[in-house]
Design a protein around this ligand. Structure first.
Ligand code: PAF
Length: 284
């Protein structure tokens, strides 16, 4: 059965109301398209927890900085819909930019503190763009549950915080990162990598695994772990490190001593691609 397409916000409201009236639990998987196995794993998770799965595809201009890759971001709607077809997705919500951001658009949603570090420090305005569009997607699709990826752990925590602070009635689930055979986290931006950069890109995963192993072996000094991770990536010809950090897994502030729940997080540029990855670690 072909995936139904809805473009207008009001049509999406009507569909959402119909599903809710029929007692169906709605799951939303928000995406920017260029769907890969990582997105499809979110869809599979969504199917397990809901009767109806809506996938939104919208390349959100508000979350890209002026020097970032909004124009170049890969777009292939026909291929995306083909990929969704066998996955049991009931509806693809494909809003237009002019309906999401009309000319007189003047309201944004921002989450303080959690957005200050990690990617927030390197991409000013990015998370405000994300929370604004996700709030609008929630308003349109009226989901009971929404699924995001562990690869974007900061994004998922920020959205969880937005939901709590605004008393939105949406459950936020975080699904595990899907990786290539060599450990590289799946991402639409992997397509920007040259063959040489692609060879170096799994270093993010290697660094994270090294950090995790050091902690498993008893290292509790965060600067030691971060320095060892840096030594994996810094010598590579094509890598430019944005950050390598060990942060508290709940409030995302850097820690000196590793205890309780920690997130090891990395962001590295390879040419045109900015790659992020992370590893949650439970410190015994
Ligand atoms: O993770 C993404 O693809 C985007 O940030 C999201 C959540 C779809 C919002 O545009």
């Amino acid at each position: 059965m072909a995936v139904k397409i809805v473009k207008a916000v009001r049509a999406m409201h009507r569909k959402a109301d119909q599903m809710r009236r029929a007692g169906q639990r709605i799951a939303l998987v928000p995406t920017m398209g260029d769907l890969h196995e990582g997105h499809l794993s979110l869809v599979r998770r969504a199917r397990k927890v809901a009767d109806r799965v809506v996938v939104s595809i919208f390349v959100n201009p508000l979350q890209f900085g002026p020097a970032e890759d909004f124009a170049a971001y890969p777009r292939d709607l026909a291929r995306d819909l083909e990929r969704l077809d066998p996955c049991g997705v009931h509806l693809a919500y494909l809003p237009e930019v002019k309906e999401i951001y009309p000319e007189d658009f003047a309201t944004t949603v921002g989450v303080a503190r959690l957005t200050e570090g990690l990617c927030g420090a390197h991409r000013p305005g990015h998370f405000e763009g994300v929370t604004t569009v996700v709030a609008k997607l929630f308003a349109a699709v009226k989901p009971h549950v929404a699924v995001f990826g562990q690869k974007d752990a900061q994004q998922t925590l920020v959205i969880q915080k937005m939901v709590r602070d605004l008393n939105l009635d949406v459950e936020i689930l975080m699904a595990p990162t899907v990786r290539e055979a060599d450990g590289l986290a799946m991402s639409s931006r992997n397509a920007y990598l040259s063959p040489e950069e692609r060879r170096e890109a799994p270093s993010l995963y290697r660094a994270l695994m090294l950090g995790k192993n050091m902690i498993a072996q008893g290292e509790r000094r965060a600067p030691r772990v971060v320095a060892a991770m840096r030594d994996v990536i810094a010598p590579l010809c094509h890598a430019k490190i944005d950050y390598i950090e060990a942060v508290d897994a709940e409030n995302l502030t850097p820690v000196a001593v590793l205890k309780n729940s920690v997130l090891l997080a990395v962001a590295v540029r390879f040419g045109k691609a900015r790659l992020i990855d992370n590893a949650p670690v439970r410190v015994k």
